[in-house]
Ligand binder design. Structure first.
Ligand code: ATP
Length: 365
């Protein structure tokens, strides 16, 4: 059981900021995902929590105790890396038992704990094999078993599935989640894959350029992105963002499109924008295609995704491509003019100057 707190933790390499001062609390038993593009500082953050990297300034607390200056091996935390190096000359059993042997546990305790963990991960048949005869997925299972066997209070995982092919990733993703639920150990998981983050995290910490952009549940970062970066980064494709001019309840968009702002947003726009530029944001599934919708576009191309069709629409000529989700049986030849509306509950607004999301003044609904 562990609570991990970061207070104004920063890391500079020379004059370069890898992590700007951040505050973050990971609650006991929580699965927290650090998500962001390459170079945003997520690995450095994880390594500082592990004690593998010193902090430039700030404090790290583990269960309320200051561990900032403590060495990695004195922190009760286990780290699983992407390329987890198993000892090639040892069998799977020996590999898993190794951390317990190093701690000087008794033969009996080692046997019991190894049996428990191999049962949990369903790798009993592999016990006498050596790593080189295992598949990538099985190697990763053994790596997880070796981390789990110590029963640390917290797990830190750095892209543990990065080296696996798509099918194994899904299996292992489910497995890690199942293990987490079974053990309830606080887990901090680094990935640049937002699908993985959405699927696994209780909360997601979206990072960019060494800074935290947003901390929230998967639903919060998806439906209520704090700013344009999160709106674009989360979702595949990201949120549609159209720049227009707001005045008196209406956003005038390119191509003579006029969008009547839902009543519950008008006070917010009047107050926060007044009259001026605003960015209208909506997810592909917020589009209601067909009928006599307020907005017009033209079919650019479509992708069939099995259960639905993703339409790529040219908005205002070829100026901007937006994405709309339509039923799987709807077929639209390229060039078809289309009208669409937006689900009022799913539209969002951003201030182009600050890039921040506007806050609705009145509760939705
Ligand atoms: P990736 O997914 O590519 O690992 P990341 O989000 O984990 O990216 P970090 O590895 O934490 O990012 O790196 C953050 C920044 O710090 C990058 O600009 C990186 O080049 C820099 N950096 C990381 N480690 C060092 C180091 N040991 N020396 C100098 N600069 C470093």
């Amino acid at each position: 059981m562990a609570t991990i707190e970061l207070h104004q933790v920063e890391k500079k390499f020379g004059e370069v900021y890898a992590v700007r001062p951040i505050d973050l609390t990971m609650h006991d038993g929580e699965f927290v995902v650090l998500l962001g593009p390459s170079g945003c500082g997520k690995t450095t953050t994880l390594r500082m929590i592990a004690g593998l990297e010193t902090v430039t300034s700030g404090t790290i607390l583990l269960n309320g105790q200051d561990v900032t200056q403590q060495r990695a091996r004195d922190r009760d935390i286990a780290m699983v890396f992407q390329f987890f190096a198993l000892y090639p000359h040892m069998t799977v059993r020996q590999n898993i038992a190794f951390p317990l042997q190093a701690q000087g546990e008794s033969r009996e305790t080692i046997d019991r704990r190894v049996s428990e963990v191999v049962r949990l991960l369903e790798i009993e048949p592999l016990l006498n094999l050596r790593p080189k005869s295992l598949s990538g997925g099985d190697r990763q299972r053994v790596a997880l078993a070796r981390a789990l066997v110590r029963r640390p209070t917290a797990f830190l995982m750095d892209e543990p599935l990065g080296a696996l092919d798509a099918e194994f990733r899904e299996t292992m993703r489910a497995e890690i989640k199942r293990l987490h639920l079974a053990q309830n150990a606080t887990t901090v998981y680094v990935t640049h894959d937002q699908v993985e983050a959405m699927a696994m995290g209780d909360r997601i910490v979206v990072m960019s350029q060494g800074e935290i952009q947003q901390v929230g549940t998967p639903a919060e970062v998806y439906y209520d992105p704090a700013n344009l970066f999160v709106a674009r980064f989360i979702g595949s494709p990201g949120m549609n963002l159209l720049t227009g001019r707001y005045a008196a309840g209406v956003v005038s968009l390119p191509g003579e499109n006029r969008y009547q702002v839902p009543a519950h947003w008008q006070a917010a726009l009047d107050k926060q924008i007044g009259e001026g530029e605003v960015i209208l944001g909506f997810r592909p599934e917020a589009t209601l295609v067909g009928g006599s919708g307020q907005l017009a576009a033209e079919v650019y191309t479509d992708d069939l995704h099995g259960s639905y069709t993703m339409l790529h629409l040219a908005f205002n000529g070829d100026d901007q491509i937006i994405h709309a989700r339509a039923g799987r049986s709807q077929i639209y030849p390229i060039g078809t003019p289309i009208r669409f509306d937006l689900d009022q509950e799913m539209v969002r607004f951003f201030d182009p100057k600050t890039e921040m999301a506007l806050k609705p003044e009145v509760a939705r609904g």
